[in-house]
Structures are given as structure tokens and as C-alpha cells.
Design a protein. Structure first.
Length: 237
């Protein structure tokens, strides 16, 4: 963290070495495994190129985020700079700043993240306000909120109507996350089925197993869980 003077000006960026290499090693091993499967004719040829493109995009985003990611705090508000995008909110549009635990996370992964909520209940991650870069993120956020209150002209207070919007957005967000998880599970199960079919048939239904079943699972879960978004989050106190 860099603090300019004793005011509110702050810049949060990557100062400590993040343990991303711990997660890149399994990714490299997975890439090598898929390469061997493709050249050993255990994977459809069309599946190799999309996988490689996705892997390159994820790696590029990780590198760009580490280099460009910033949370900039000033007298006018907060600017969030990500890998390729940037968003600014004035203090009048900032509803709250909260440090929240990451569910089921254990070191070396980040165990807490800091989010900014706008007056419409939308949530934005504040880069590098986490336990990778700060020794005590809740204390830092408390100090930031105290400094920001003077520029907002009022303290951060919870409003029932905004809390309802936050809860609704959380329900829809978790619905999409669980739909993606369901699609990935269907893809993994389909892969095992496809491998089994290699030994029982000359022409396994590759597109059905690798594309249509995962997409159908994702679409069905997304529709159902978004319709029942209330069930994705605990009831409001």
C-alpha cells in the first residue's frame, strides 16, 4: 500500500510476491497431459485448439492483472483497474466497502477479499486489498472507510432497500457459479463416458458428450437456479 500524505489518497497494487506459481504448475501439467492425449489420439483434434487458446487467454490475463491491477483511492472516489478494464465510482455512488472471507479457501490461496458495493447493490472486487498484499485487510478497510466518510459527508450506514438488492445480486451470482460447476461436472462425466465408449463403439458421439450435454446441463441449471435465486443465499436476518 502507498499512502500519499495523511489524507485519503491511496494506491493498492502488487507489492508482495503472490503465490501464483503454485497454481501455474498444475496448469502446466494439465496442458502437457492434454497435449499428450491429443497426439495419442485420445482426444478429438478439434478440442486441442480451443483448449490451448483458453489457456493462453487465462495466462495472459493473469500476467496483465499482476502488472496493471490497481485500486486507486482519491478525494473523488475509487478507481478499480483490472487486466484490461477500468471503472471509477464517486464517493456519492459508493454504498459500502467490505472485507469478506473466501468460502472454503485455505493458504496459500487468498482467504479474504475486499469488495466495493454501489448504491444499486452491484459488487466489485478491489484488487490487492486482500491477505496476499496486506497483513490485516479488515483494519485497512476500517481505516479507509473512516477516511472516506469525511469525503462522502456521511458515515457508511446500511439501508434495507440496498441490502435487498445486494442479496438478490448475490443469489443470481451464485446461481450462475453453480450452473457453471454443474456444466463442468457434466463435461468431466462425459469425458469418462467418451473414454468408455472408445472400447465399445467405433464412432462415439463426441459432440453430444463434449458439447451438447454440458451446455444443456448448464442452461437447465442456470434457468432453474436463477428462477429460485432466493435459495442460493441465506435468508436475510
Amino acid at each position: 500500500m502507498d499512502v500519499q500524505g495523511a489524507g485519503i489518497e491511496r494506491e493498492y497494487h502488487s507489492r508482495r510476491r503472490s503465490p501464483r506459481a503454485v497454481f501455474l504448475a498444475p496448469a502446466l501439467l494439465g496442458l502437457e497431459s492434454v497435449y499428450r492425449m491429443a497426439h495419442g489420439h485420445l482426444m478429438p483434434r478439434w478440442a486441442w485448439a480451443p483448449f490451448l487458446a483458453l489457456w493462453v487467454l487465462v495466462l495472459a490475463r493473469t500476467v496483465l492483472y499482476s502488472w496493471r491491477g490497481r485500486t486507486l483511492v482519491g478525494v473523488r472516489g475509487i478507481t478499480v483497474r483490472r487486466a484490461v478494464t477500468e471503472r471509477s465510482l464517486t464517493w456519492r455512488d459508493v454504498y459500502d466497502i467490505r472485507t469478506e472471507p473466501v468460502p472454503r479457501a485455505k493458504p496459500p490461496a487468498r482467504t479474504c477479499l475486499t469488495y466495493m458495493y454501489d448504491t444499486g447493490g452491484r459488487r466489485f472486487v478491489l484488487p490487492h486489498l486482500d491477505d496476499w498484499q496486506l497483513t490485516d485487510p479488515p483494519a485497512e478497510v476500517a481505516a479507509l472507510r473512516e477516511a472516506a466518510a469525511r469525503h462522502r459527508g456521511m458515515a457508511f450506514e446500511r439501508r434495507p432497500e440496498t441490502e435487498a438488492l445486494i442479496r438478490r445480486a448475490s443469489g443470481h451470482r451464485k446461481a450462475w457459479e453453480r450452473a457453471v460447476t454443474g456444466g463442468l461436472v457434466a463435461f468431466g462425466g462425459g469425458f469418462l463416458l467418451w473414454v468408455a465408449l472408445l472400447f465399445t463403439t467405433d464412432h462415439p458421439p463426441t459432440l453430444l458428450v463434449f458439447l451438447w450435454i454440458p451446455l444443456g446441463t448448464f442452461a437447465a441449471l442456470a434457468a432453474l437456479l436463477n428462477w429460485r435465486w432466493e435459495s442460493q443465499v441465506p435468508a436475510a436476518p
